[in-house]
Design a protein around this ligand. Sequence first.
Ligand SMILES: [Zn+2]
Length: 156
Amino acid sequence: MDQKSRLLRLAAWFRCVVLKRPRNVVHVEFALNIDSERDEADTLEIEMIIDGERLEAFDFGPIDLSELQKAIKCDGVYYIWTCWCGAPGCGGNVNGVSVVHENDHSVWHDMDLKLKYRFDRVQLARALENVTYEARRLITERPKLMWAPETNGRAM
Ligand SMILES: [Zn+2]
């Protein structure tokens, strides 16, 4: 993590823990990341980008697509960030993300990293649609790509 990300993280933590306020996300999107550093097959993971800041799988864990789909529909606690193996606890995501919908917004409280986000509900749903579409296209093009976690393949 570079200096700027560290400062951003500290500011986000301060907003959440001290001020108890969520970060107002203006723009959210998801990115597909192909990890080809390992000896095994190339793996495909989803990362979230909020206002240009990439929440890297290395720090947050890769996104669990089925948990994300549920989080967009209903309030609850979801393991949106997981581990490459699919067990969120293995990646340090023990408490999960509490999701509450308030009118047009979706408020996420990441209880592990102590971070809060406030998203536009429609924008979040659209970002999910876009990444799902893009992932389908990529998998068709490169059938040997393996999802990380593997269960994301079933959520398509
Ligand atoms: Zn794991």
